[in-house]
Design a protein around this ligand. Structure first.
Ligand code: NAD
Length: 356
């Protein structure tokens, strides 16, 4: 099995090295091939997603990605910025389904801003559509307004749309995921205002007939934002479009209080996927050896489960992560009094030790 390893920028190389260490310790032999991406690739070749990196990603069974970005690239033209690499990979590999679990480990409940009884034991999955919606809709741009009140002023505009097959495609992914969990899907939209959302809701309702074992509910996005803070454990799988998913998945991540703990997966229709931590490249702590590698290690576990069909090995990694938390080991971002502060490398070593 070939895994493309794309460490990227900032803390990317540090955290990916720990995930690779864990993969190597598992037993099965993986063909791990590394390539530059993001700012690191721009520095080497003048492009954040060089053709050789894209080819490697296309030919691999799965992609393990660190993070891209650094403030020093902020003045580059948009198409040359490191973040374009991740958008390019999503587009070229048709990665349309983004899985963002939000899990609050009992040992880390204190890190959340919510009360322990509200967030303790939280385990929800946000399934976000990645390829469509207002982020890619045409036309878009900045033009001169024809509006009666603002005629002649500059105005920005974007287009929101979803076709029926796009909604069915992401809906199926969510229903299938729910089948492996508590069999509940909440579809989030803004059907009281938006035509796109009305179609989304109609299609989801129709699709639910194919999954009689899964309970479907609908919620407006503003209410979903409130319920995530009020009673997050009432959710199981949440499915939503690109824009709403972008916001809600970050909100859900923050409920757990520890961005360094949260993995993510972006899958195509054949379950080939790109796996990365939910956080960015954290340039503020890069090179200090203090980044939390657990989100990346857990992303590797998701990769084994969803793309490589190695559920047993995925479970082993997740259990090892729980073990190190129970042992009281903490990187700086999740450290609390009475626990033991460890470095990035020490955390990776502890997970490897716990695998045994
Ligand atoms: P960020 O997620 O990189 O960092 C936010 C805060 O969380 C920082 O204080 C950082 O130190 C901390 N943090 C993040 N990951 C951590 C970890 N594993 N361990 C300990 N602490 C951690 O977000 P940002 O600062 O807004 O963005 C920095 C750069 O990352 C920007 O260039 C941005 O564009 C990029 N970014 C990339 C991705 C991606 O590669 N998919 C995603 C988001 C942001």
């Amino acid at each position: 099995m070939k895994i493309a390893v794309l460490p990227g920028d900032g803390i990317g190389p540090e955290i990916v090295a720990e995930a690779v260490k864990v993969l190597k310790a598992l037993g099965p032999t993986f063909d791990l091939e590394e390539a530059p991406v993001g700012g690191a690739a721009y520095d080497l070749s003048g492009h954040p997603l060089p053709p050789a990196t894209l080819e490697l990603a296309k030919s691999a069974d799965a992609i393990l990605f660190g993070a891209v970005g650094d403030w020093k690239y902020d003045t580059l033209a948009r198409e040359l910025r490191p973040e374009q690499a991740i958008l390019g990979l999503r587009k070229h590999l048709a990665l349309f389904a983004n899985f963002r679990p939000a899990i609050c480990y009992p040992e880390l409940t204190a890190a959340s801003s919510l009360k322990p009884e509200i967030v303790g034991g939280l385990d929800i999955l946000i399934v976000r559509e990645l390829n469509g919606d207002i982020y890619f809709g045409q036309p878009r741009g900045i033009r001169t307004s024809e509006h009666a009140l603002f005629k002649g002023a500059r105005e920005g505009f974007d287009t929101m749309h979803y076709s029926e097959p796009e909604v069915i495609r992401i809906g199926k992914v969510a229903f299938e995921a729910a089948r492996k969990r508590s069999k509940k899907v909440c579809s989030v939209d803004k059907a009281n205002v938006l035509e796109t959302s009305q179609l989304w809701r109609d299609v989801m309702t129709k699709l639910a007939a194919d999954y009689p074992d899964v309970e479907l509910s609908h919620m407006y996005v503003d209410n979903a934002a409130m319920q995530l803070v009020k009673a997050p454990k009432a959710f199981d799988v949440v499915v939503t479009g690109n824009l709403f998913g972008d916001i809600l998945s970050d909100e859900a991540a923050m409920l757990t209080g520890s961005i360094g703990m949260l993995p993510s997966a972006s899958l195509d229709k054949n379950n080939k996927g790109l796996y990365e931590p939910s956080h960015g490249s954290a340039p503020d702590i890069a090179g200090k050896g203090i980044a939390n590698p657990l989100a990346t290690i857990l992303s590797a576990a998701m990769m084994l489960r969803y793309s490589l069909g190695m559920t047993g090995e995925a479970n082993r990694i997740e259990k090892a992560v729980q073990t190190v938390l129970q042992q009281g080991l903490r990187t700086a971002d999740i450290y609390t009094e009475g626990t033991q502060r460890v470095s990035t490398v020490q955390m990776g070593d502890a997970v490897v030790a716990a695998l045994a």
